[in-house]
Design a protein around this ligand. Structure first.
Ligand SMILES: [Zn+2]
Length: 136
């Protein structure tokens, strides 16, 4: 995907992506709430500060932006055509951090699910997936 967005605009997008309560995250919260599950938000006592935490089930859900977290084979995980080395280093660090977080949570006995931002395009399917994950 071509990099049509200029640098100033991109930094605005990044700021939005990095904000604490991103739109995809709010959408996922709504789905989970509609399914009747209770959760905590951003528990900083856990590795990776998971977006939604279900303490009694020992489960967490991460809501990941496809661009930042490099969703494999996803059209939203485009690569900027400028400052290539900078972005590659950044992406590499993000992916490595996610991997470390997953391992740490697993070692602590937590089960986890990642919701990708693009999955919100098919809310019914995502709702089913979340319900399956949280149900047992
Ligand atoms: Zn995606």
């Amino acid at each position: 995907m071509a990099d049509h967005v200029n640098r100033a605009k991109r930094s605005l997008i990044m700021a939005a992506v990095h904000s604490r309560d991103t739109m995809p995250e709010i959408a996922v919260r709504k789905i989970v709430h509609s399914l009747g599950y209770r959760y905590r938000l951003h528990d900083s006592r856990l590795p990776g500060r998971p977006d939604l935490v279900f303490p009694s089930r020992r489960k967490v859900v991460f809501v990941h932006g496809c661009f930042w977290h490099r969703h494999a084979q996803c059209k939203y995980a485009s690569s900027p055509k400028t400052r290539v080395a900078y972005w590659q280093a950044k992406f590499f660090a993000n992916v490595a951090r996610d991997r470390r977080t997953r391992r740490e949570l697993k070692n602590l006995g937590w089960t986890q699910m990642t919701v990708w931002q693009c999955e919100l395009k098919k809310p019914e399917k995502l709702t089913e997936r979340l319900d399956d994950f949280l149900a047992d």
